[in-house]
Design a protein around this ligand. Structure first.
Ligand SMILES: *[C@@H]1O[C@H](CO)[C@@H](O)[C@H](O)[C@H]1NC(C)=O
Ligand SMILES: *[C@@H]1O[C@H](CO)[C@@H](O)[C@H](O)[C@H]1NC(C)=O
Ligand SMILES: *[C@@H]1O[C@H](CO)[C@@H](O)[C@H](O)[C@H]1NC(C)=O
Ligand SMILES: *[C@@H]1O[C@H](CO)[C@@H](O)[C@H](O)[C@H]1NC(C)=O
Ligand SMILES: *[C@@H]1O[C@H](CO)[C@@H](O)[C@H](O)[C@H]1NC(C)=O
Ligand SMILES: *[C@@H]1O[C@H](CO)[C@@H](O)[C@H](O)[C@H]1NC(C)=O
Ligand SMILES: *[C@@H]1O[C@H](CO)[C@@H](O)[C@H](O)[C@H]1NC(C)=O
Ligand SMILES: *[C@@H]1O[C@H](CO)[C@@H](O)[C@H](O)[C@H]1NC(C)=O
Ligand SMILES: CC(=O)N[C@H]1CO[C@H](CO)[C@@H](O)[C@@H]1O
Length: 495
């Protein structure tokens, strides 16, 4: 359930991107595109129409956030067929096409995980969620730098940068990808490695929305388009045994003590195996917390988490030795609601005063959205070691824009039920992001123009706020690989 919800959130983000800037009218060239695609693809792939269970499944996540279902869905089973689809659909493109009733490409068939012990790498299909990846790698005793929460998709997470429980040890996901299987805008299937300087760099954090090849007829599930469509990632692997940790719920009465513990953890803990993900949660007029505690070894380390364990009212028995997958799945209890936006800010340090600002923001905007069918607000702050960006060369990726400054992402997460309130929620989130940034700047942190993590950014965040000085290079890569400029038809972070 919760993983379904999170998938929906991820899809929701891409839906807004996909649907925001397209021409509005329908047109039956969509149907002929579906038919021409069906004729060109191999037997590994299939096209589905309304009424088939596959179509329903492929469109399920669009239902609450998009105005219309697609004319057909297509499930490519090979990278070559993805190329055929791009070309087949592209031929039918014309002005006045509506993407919201277009062709949806569902990447679900890219679901293989193949571990290669000799190279210590794993090939991971772009249609998977991390839970599946961890389950497949566990028998080999290895792991990759992937998502922290149940239900997160491999492709969007990795293309956006990728903060993990193991980031203190090994850097971001993008620092650990050695190859991308990519279908270019002209349909050619290619493998991108460090030999392809521009594409390799742009795929590392350049995200999907920026240089999205998708013409107006295309809806791609789970943020799949970036300088082409990624069908497979090759990740470095690391040995992985059992871990110690769990998701602790903290009542309102324990939030002040937990906030001290977080500030102290960030200021004092240097063991890279230790990680926490603290979320301030608006809950019926109060602020409570959920904190994921993680230690990358089977036994509880001495000292590091004592302050958290001492908070009264917490259930200590959730903290235990368990598999990596089991910890990730224990994070599945996310709030439900039909509408969700993510927003983002960046901090450089986490002193208690700044954390108190986040508490105040959680309460203030939680109270504000409640009468407008608000469900909840989560503000998630993420302590990391100052060395995390040293795991990649200084200019090795589109995100972060500047590896000399360690950015600690803040994820604003608003949930509500009335789609007529979306603009109101958007504006509230912009104000809250701004307030958090203002207070951090007043505290002496140089974050007024710091890069924000693309995977958390509000859908209309300015390009420069994500990629800073890297924007011109991303623009020129997009021009090079998309000379016919089909991307100008797309919405989102277009240029
Ligand atoms: C397109 O075809 C469908 C059925 O195949 C039909 O319901 C719809 O009205 C047609 N739309 C246009 C714009 O012709
Ligand atoms: C997944 O693996 C199977 C079995 O090796 C293979 O037949 C299939 O083509 C693979 N699918 C993709 C999308 O790579
Ligand atoms: C860090 O550790 C020192 C020494 O144990 C302690 O005095 C301090 O309160 C801790 N926390 C912060 C935020 O510095
Ligand atoms: C504490 O957590 C354990 C393990 O998840 C669970 O079995 C138990 O019911 C919880 N106790 C309370 C009081 O919630
Ligand atoms: C979508 O809306 C339906 C009906 O309103 C609801 O039952 C379902 O839970 C919603 N799905 C999500 C992902 O919010
Ligand atoms: C709490 O947040 C609101 C909204 O940002 C702000 O107007 C107010 O000044 C804040 N109060 C404190 C004590 O920080
Ligand atoms: C949703 O918001 C709109 C616009 O404010 C309002 O007219 C409508 O009554 C709300 N619907 C519900 C179910 O609250
Ligand atoms: C497709 O694009 C790539 C990169 O621009 C180029 O190298 C290749 O020749 C193109 N292929 C075709 C068939 O046009
Ligand atoms: C959800 C669903 O119906 N999935 C089906 C999609 O098509 C393949 C191939 O026909 C089936 O194996 C799946 O069960």
């Amino acid at each position: 359930m919760a993983s379904q919800r999170l998938l929906a959130f991820v899809s929701l983000l891409s839906t807004f991107v996909a649907s925001s800037a397209q021409p509005a009218s329908g047109g039956n060239s969509t149907l002929s595109a579906c038919q021409s695609i069906a004729k060109t693809i191999s037997s590994a792939s299939a096209v589905y129409y309304p009424g088939s269970p596959n179509y329903t499944e492929d469109n399920a996540h669009w239902a609450n956030s998009s105005s219309a279902a697609s004319t057909c869905s297509v499930e490519p089973g090979t990278a070559e067929d993805v190329g055929a689809i791009i070309k087949g659909g592209g031929h039918a493109t014309n002005p006045g096409f509506s993407s919201s009733t277009g062709v949806e490409i569902a990447m679900t068939r890219f679901s293989n995980v193949t571990y290669d012990a000799s190279s210590q790498t794993a090939d991971i299909g772009a249609g998977l969620v991390w839970d599946d990846v961890y389950a497949a790698l566990e028998p080999h005793g290895v792991n990759v730098i992937g998502g922290r929460v149940s239900g997160v998709g491999v492709a969007g997470f990795t293309l956006g940068g990728g903060y993990s429980y193991k980031t203190n040890q090994y850097g971001l996901a993008v620092d650990n990808v050695v190859a991308y299987e990519l279908v270019l805008p002209n349909g050619t299937v290619t493998t991108v490695t460090s030999d392809d300087e521009d594409l390799f760099w742009g795929l590392k954090g350049g995200f999907n929305n920026f240089v999205c090849l998708s013409p107006a007829w295309l809806q791609i599930r789970l943020t799949q388009c970036i300088q082409g469509i990624v069908t497979k990632f090759t990740f470095k692997t690391f040995s992985q045994g059992e871990i110690w940790g769990g998701l602790v719920t903290i009542p309102a009465s324990g939030v002040d003590a937990a906030t001290d513990a977080i500030a102290n953890f960030h200021a004092n803990v240097t063991d890279p195996k230790a990680a926490i993900v603290p979320a301030y949660v608006y809950s019926s007029g109060e602020v409570t917390m959920e904190i994921t505690i993680f230690y990358d070894a089977p036994a509880q380390p001495s000292g590091i988490f004592d302050e958290f364990l001492a908070i009264s009212g917490i259930n200590r028995s959730v903290l235990k030795t368990q598999s990596y997958l089991s910890l990730v799945q224990s994070t599945a209890g996310l709030p439900g609601g039909s509408q969700t936006f993510f927003g983002a800010a960046s901090f450089i340090d986490l002193p208690k005063y700044l954390l108190e600002t986040v508490i105040n923001e959680t309460k203030f905007w939680g109270d504000y959205i409640t009468p407008y069918s608000g469900v909840t607000i989560l503000n998630i702050v993420e302590p990391f070691l100052p060395t995390i960006f040293s795991h990649g060369a200084p200019d090795s990726s589109a995100y972060p824009p500047d590896r000399s400054v360690t950015l600690l992402p803040v994820n604003l997460f608003f949930v509500w039920n009335n789609a007529s309130q979306n603009d109101r929620m958007h504006d509230a989130m912009v104000q809250s992001q701004h307030q958090m940034t203002l207070v951090a700047v007043a505290e002496g942190q140089d974050v007024a123009n710091a890069g924000i993590y693309p995977n958390y950014a509000l859908y209309d965040a300015p390009l420069e706020s994500l990629w800073g000085g890297n924007v011109p290079r991303l623009q020129s890569i997009a021009k090079q690989y998309d000379p016919t400029n089909v991307m100008s038809l797309t919405g989102g972070y277009k240029v």
